[in-house]
Design a protein around this ligand. Structure first.
Ligand code: APR
Length: 256
């Protein structure tokens, strides 16, 4: 990455009070988690049952064939629990600690932003989270992942016998109202700088917040080794892995 670009973004990060950091699976790729699309992505192939993963991990499948849905939910759960936040998650959390106007909008359900110390009141988990597990029928607590992964699937509620599930947004399910309201509220306040990290920007609620910063005259940056739906619309594209770029970027900023 050329020094001029790094300096421009460094200056923007240092000066901005209101910063929106939008993150996707690519941020956790450096923690060893598979992305959904692109090289090695979960969604590139079909499941053993010949289904697209979006069908296996959908709300209707959880209702119709909970064992099938839970086969792939358990895979996601296992992968996330075996991995850990990387230095880029920690750098983002440190930036948020220094800048009360710095927010994270994440599509990731791995919980790594929380584990890295991002303040939960400024973390919008638009696709939910893997915890707390709850019964989808009566809402009773569903225990923890370690116990669940050792027991037969699908996990069933000890109170009513219905299926236990994580608070993630499965395909064909609605986004969490509270997260959307928070996002729209903060978009109304506005941001001077938006940084998209490790996402194909496949959804309007991910693209629109970045484009709104652009339209309002703020600076928009994308950090990604690949080209995405946002690449041609942001002011600055930093081509590379999140871990490398964020370490350079926030390493300088945070050392001041
Ligand atoms: N650093 C930065 N970006 C990376 C890295 C890396 N080390 N490795 C891969 N990428 C980029 C890829 O180039 C790609 O653009 O991360 C992106 C991953 O894209 P997706 O797999 O589509 O993940 P994401 O954009 O988060 O998907 C959004 O889709 O299916 C839903 O719920 C799922 O939350 C997910 C959402």
């Amino acid at each position: 990455m050329d020094e001029r670009t790094l300096h421009t973004v460094l200056r923007a990060v240092t000066r901005a009070e209101r910063i929106l950091i939008v993150t996707g699976a690519g941020l956790s790729a450096d923690s060893g988690l598979p992305t959904y699309r692109g090289l090695g992505g979960l969604y590139n192939g079909l499941t053993e049952e010949g289904l697209p993963i979006e069908a296996a991990l959908s709300g209707p499948t959880l209702r119709r064939d909970p064992a099938l849905c839970w086969k792939y939910l358990a895979e996601l759960g296992r992968a996330c629990r075996r991995a850990a936040p990387n230095a880029a998650h920690h750098a983002i959390a440190e930036l948020q600690r220094r800048k009360p106007g710095c927010w994270v909008l994440t599509q990731n359900i791995d919980g790594f932003h929380r584990r890295a110390g991002s303040p939960v009141e400024r973390l919008i988990e638009i696709h939910g989270d893997l915890e707390p597990l709850r019964c989808q029928g009566c809402g009773a607590p569903g225990g923890d992942w370690d116990a669940l992964l050792d027991a037969p699937l699908p996990p069933r509620c000890g109170v009513c016998g219905d299926v236990i599930r994580p608070p993630v947004v499965l395909f064909e399910e609605r986004l969490p109202e509270a997260a959307l309201e928070t996002l729209y509220r903060e978009m109304q306040v506005g941001f001077e700088l938006a940084i998209s990290i490790g996402t194909t920007a496949s959804f309007p609620y991910i693209v629109e917040p970045v484009l709104q910063v652009e339209r309002a005259g703020g600076l928009t940056v994308e950090i990604n080794p690949g080209v995405t739906a946002l690449s041609g619309q942001v002011d600055i594209r930093m081509e590379g892995r999140a871990l490398d770029i964020m370490s350079q970027l926030l390493g300088h900023t945070l050392s001041d």
